[in-house]
Write a protein that binds this ligand. Structure first.
Ligand code: PLP
Length: 434
């Protein structure tokens, strides 16, 4: 329970009177007050516990309040809380080195940002400056962040009221369950999605396209694990037309899929990698762009026209160093992979017993359960029933992540076998009650 006299009701009331919330009409919000957390559990102000199967915004990969990360932030705060990006700083350089150690051969620099959106913003800017071209091709089923170019590169509804950046083109990516290509196998879906991508590139004019920007595994759009050949095919198209490939690893990176980078499980190497979220589990806001040698060298003698007051902030850098070291020493990436293969995946697939479950897909601690009103027609489950499911899961002690007609099962990468089983058992009960 809270050490102060605060209650759920008092915290809710003060929130409602003064906090303006993201992506919402403000009138009828009822945000759940969260007072604390540890590992895969959070609790509200009244002391009620929830198994955090959202990892907040799919970012608390190392779990809540990891003692080594908390201590590293405290130690750094005692030493130097802030420093301008133009100075050299030991902690920042160490954070960059640890990120680069996880990247493939041929990546030599990290540009730190405040989060994922501005990581994509700056990756797009680098691609435009290096190629001398303007356009960026991305998926309709994507989210890349809430800033100028990133929100217009985004494909989902959030782009439309914010479409003020130029040079963005969208394509449909592979999604076999709701194929745009009348495909009936993963191979066909991959081949046809690539054919569509190539036709759009040709029709837009290859010489006008700076970058193809893809989430390695589209996350918010539905955890759409790409079929074999799609990412390597996109790489081949980028090479054929002199286009750079940016892989957005903001949600998928740093243990979420059971890999350091989600693309490690695919036969593909990008030119630029963007990251945020899992790199330090959001303990301090941070993101960045991992830059391959030719792009890094392009700016050896040319000015990079971009910067941020908090680029490589020492508290963020200290939390990155501690997170990566703790993840490596505690086998967090391996835990996510094993839990996905041995516990979460098999248990979630069993939920297909329920008539409302249309498809279960994912890897590591990155799963989507797609819910349908009619299994044959694949009609998405209605918003009202999704709302009841969400309230019921909360009432049963599980904090869920829902998006449209999907339940995203995205616990921290440190989740234990017992917690994973308990979480899926709660989902099972809630689906039965639905
Ligand atoms: N890219 C992806 C794939 C994301 O999932 C997100 C956030 O959900 C972003 C970019 C934006 O990151 P941020 O909210 O840190 O700006």
């Amino acid at each position: 329970a809270s050490p102060t006299a605060a209650t759920n009701a008092s915290v809710s009331a003060s929130d409602r009177s003064s906090v303006f919330h993201s992506w919402s009409a403000q009138g009828s919000l009822a945000p759940l007050p969260i007072a604390g957390g540890l590992g895969s559990t959070v609790w509200d102000v009244d002391g009620r516990e929830y198994l955090d199967f959202s990892s907040q915004l799919v970012n608390v990969n190392i779990g809540h309040q990891h003692p080594r990360v908390v201590a590293a932030i405290q130690e750094q705060a005692a030493r130097l809380t802030t420093v301008a990006p133009a100075h050299a700083n030991e902690t920042r350089a160490e954070a960059a080195r640890l990120v680069l150690d996880r990247a493939p051969e041929g990546f030599s620099k990290v540009f730190f940002t405040n989060g994922g959106a501005d990581a994509n913003e700056n990756a797009i800017r680098m691609a435009r400056l290096v190629t001398g071209r303007d356009k960026v091709v991305s998926h309709y089923r994507s989210y890349h962040g809430n800033t100028g170019a990133a929100i217009v590169a985004t494909g989902d509804w959030r782009r439309m009221p914010n479409e003020f950046a130029r040079g963005h083109v969208h394509v449909f990516g592979p999604y076999l369950y709701r194929s745009e290509f009348w495909a009936d196998s993963p191979e066909q879906e991959s081949e046809r999605a690539l054919r569509h991508l190539e036709r759009v590139i040709q029709s837009e004019g290859p010489d006008t396209i700076a970058a193809i920007l893809l989430e390695t595994i589209p996350g918010t759009a539905g955890i759409l694990v790409p079929p074999p050949g799609y990412l390597s095919g996109a790489r081949a198209l980028a090479d054929r037309y002199g286009i750079l490939l940016i892989l957005d690893e903001v949600m998928a990176g740093f243990a979420r899929t059971g890999e350091w980078f989600a693309f490690d499980a695919f036969d593909v190497r990008p030119d630029l990698i963007t990251f945020a979220k899992g790199v330090n589990s959001g303990y301090v806001p941070v993101g960045g762009v991992v830059i391959s040698d030719p792009i890094a060298h392009h700016f050896d003698e040319r000015v990079f026209p971009g910067g941020l007051t908090y680029s490589g902030h020492p508290l963020a850098a200290a939390s990155v160093v501690a997170t990566i070291n703790a993840m490596a020493e505690e086998g967090v990436v391996e835990n996510a992979k094993r839990i996905g293969a041995d516990v979460l995946g098999p248990a979630l697939r069993e939920l297909s017993r329920h008539e409302v479950v249309g498809e279960v897909r994912g890897t590591g601690v990155f799963w989507a359960v797609e819910l349908v009103a009619d299994r044959d027609a694949r009609t998405p489950l209605e918003a009202a029933r999704m709302g009841s499911l969400k309230s019921d899961l909360l009432a049963r002690g599980l904090l869920p992540f829902t998006a449209e007609n999907r339940l995203h099962v995205v616990p921290p990468a440190v989740v234990t076998d017992e917690e994973a089983r308990r979480g899926v058992a709660i989902i099972d009960e809630a689906l039965a009650a639905l």
